[in-house]
Every structure is written in C-alpha cells, then in structure tokens.
Write a protein that binds this ligand. Structure first.
Ligand code: NAD
Length: 318
C-alpha cells in the first residue's frame, strides 16, 4: 500500500512503515495536483502537517484514500467530519508535540524577560558603535524564578508548560473551560519526581495575578480570548506568549497594550494572518517572533512519525 507524506515525515516513521510492507512517497505535490497524484499512484494513506489542505473535493475525488493523517495537533486543514462520514479514517498525534511547544514558550519568556529578541536585532547594527547605549537599554531585565505564571488552557501543552514552570521555581496558576484539578508530575533526570496539584481558577483571576501569561487553547469560534478588556485586567508589565493559534489574542489590542507600557513584551509563534502576519506585529521591538515552529523539533517530528506509522499499521494491516 502507498503512503503519501505530502508535508514530509521523519525517517524513523518511514522505516517502520516500510518494515510493515508500505511504500512511502515524500514528493511534495502542489495542492491543485494532489487529487490527480493520489489517483495516479493509488495512494491509500495521505499524511499532512499544516500546509496541505484535505478538502471535500479531495475526499470525493480519491476513492483509494483510506486514511488521512495529521502529524501534530489541530485539524483545521482537514474536513474531518466529512471525511469520516465518507468512511475515511482520520488520525492525528495530539500528544507528541507538547514538550516542544512548551519549551518554545520558555524560549520566548526568557527572551522577552531579558530583551534578547531586541538585543539580537540591534547588536549587529550598533554593537560596536553603541555598546554602552545598548547595555543600558537592556539592563532592566527580570527573572522568571519566583514569579507567577498564568496558563490559559490547561490541556496537554498547558500542563507541560506548568511542569517546566514549576521546575524553574515559578508559582503556576491556570484556567480552563473544562479541566478542574490536575496533578503535574515534575520529574528529574535521575528518576526522582514530585507531584504538584493545581486547581484551575476563573480566567479573570489568572489575568489579574499573573506576571507572565501563556495561552494554550484551541482555535475559538467566538472571537478573541484576550482583547482590550482582558488587557485592562492584567498586571502592569506583564509578559504574554501565544503559541496556540492566531486569532486568540486581538493583535491590535496587543500592540496598543505594548505601546501603553501595560505589557512589557509578547512572544508570538502564531498570528492572525498566517502566512502573512501584519507588518506592525513583525516590526514591533517588544515582540519576540517565531514562524509557527512550536512543534518543529527533531524529537517531536520523530515521535509524530512513529505514532502515525503505528496507527496506520493498526488500521491497515498488511
Ligand atoms: P488540548 O486539547 O490538550 O488542550 C486545550 C485546552 O484548552 C483544553 O483543556 C480545553 O478545555 C481548553 N479550552 C478550550 N477553550 C478554552 C477557553 N475558551 N478558555 C479556557 N480553556 C479553554 O490541546 P493542546 O494539545 O494542549 O494544544 C493547545 C493549542 O496549541 C491548540 O490550539 C493547538 O492547535 C496548539 N498547538 C500549536 C503548535 C505550534 O506549533 N505552535 C503545536 C501544537 C499545538
């Protein structure tokens, strides 16, 4: 059987599939050619990440397709319900990228707290002519240890963020629409661990008490979670990170809060307009930026490929 991994797949997953009798194609087929390619090659499994769209037309036009797989979380690019109604299996790997996204959150937090993002922009330009000026500009950093980290959305990634935050000595508070209590296992390299119980609180309390905020909720249907009113509730000089989905924070309200010095810095991995984020966001000196790479570590891509391969082997035994 043929597997087309249209947005790429790690070697370990390919090897596992091949060992079980599958042929894996890693050609990147353009969206408009996809249905033809699937039919011409009798593809049974289509694997995508976030780039390729699995539309109703593809589902209708490709009778050979049995499994549609998303490497990662969030299936906004797949017509999931329609595919399932047409008898296709739709699979994903929701747990495999939690650690990678959580680490990126802390990359942005550390960066923002010590102005690394802006220093990295200005040192190449002025580092030799204005070293002392830059030293003064970036001298007023803050530490994470001992501060309160507010996590909005306490699912898989939110809990991973909590684990790292606790390990750093932060006070962790969280809010979630559905999750109540959670026990976070903070484990160490030598097998030792401690369990920390966290009881979620109303969003308003998190907004009022957090020194740093990070969002880990799915794409929302009813507008922004963080808009002007929510920025009003926050502490002065809060740092805020969004590595969940664009459209959760109102970017116009964020820019205003940064300019008013209500918010000290923001870290964004996701944007309202992807893949063409607003220039005002890209150019803002108080925003640490990454191009939606939360799940893009070698380790996560490996876990994703193995998890997909195992599910495919289970669904389509040779
Ligand atoms: P999850 O389903 O495990 O957790 C999401 C949590 O959000 C759930 O507990 C849910 O109850 C809660 N929630 C939903 N709506 C809420 C609301 N309005 N207020 C408060 N809580 C709410 O999902 P996850 O695996 O932790 O992923 C979280 C987000 O991260 C998703 O948007 C996902 O698409 C995104 N993500 C981003 C990247 C990246 O590359 N940056 C990678 C993976 C996942």
């Amino acid at each position: 059987m043929i597997v087309l991994a249209n947005d790429g797949i790690s070697k370990k997953g390919i090897k596992l599939l091949e060992k079980n009798g599958f042929e894996v194609l890693t050609t990147k087929v353009a969206q408009e050619q996809l249905a033809n390619y699937i039919n011409a090659n009798d593809v049974s499994v289509l694997l995508v990440r976030s780039a390729t769209k699995v539309t109703k037309d593809i589902i209708d036009d490709c009778p050979s397709l049995k499994v549609i797989g998303r490497g990662g979380v969030g299936m906004d690019n797949i017509e999931v319900d329609y595919a399932r109604s047409q008898g296709k299996n739709v699979i994903s790997t929701p747990a495999s990228s939690a650690e990678s996204v959580a680490e990126l959150v802390f990359a942005h937090l550390f960066s923002g707290a010590r102005f690394l993002h802006d220093s990295n922009r200005n040192m190449p330009l002025e580092g030799d002519s204005n070293f002392n000026g830059l030293k003064k500009a970036y001298a007023n950093g803050v530490e994470l240890r001992g501060k309160t980290l507010g996590i909005i959305g306490f699912g898989r990634i939110g809990k991973e963020v909590a684990r790292i935050g606790l390990g750093l000595g932060m006070k962790v508070i969280a809010s979630d629409k559905f999750v109540g209590d959670a026990e976070i296992k903070v484990d160490f390299y030598n097998g030792q661990f401690i369990n920390v119980k966290i009881k979620t609180e109303p969003l308003e309390d998190i907004l009022k008490h957090a020194d740093f905020l990070t969002l880990h909720v799915p794409a929302q249907e009813n507008g922004y979670i963080i808009d002007e009113a929510e920025f009003e509730l926050m502490k002065e000089n809060v740092g805020i990170i969004n590595a969940s989905r664009g459209g959760i924070i109102n970017e116009v309200a964020l820019l205003k809060a940064l300019d008013n010095e209500k918010v000290l810095f923001a870290g964004l991995d996701v944007f309202e307009e992807e893949p063409t984020p607003a220039v005002q966001v890209l150019m803002h000196p108080k925003i640490s930026l990454t191009p939606h790479i939360g799940a893009a570590t070698q380790e996560a891509q490996e876990r994703i490929s193995i998890e997909l391969a195992q599910q495919i082997i289970g669904l389509l035994p040779a």
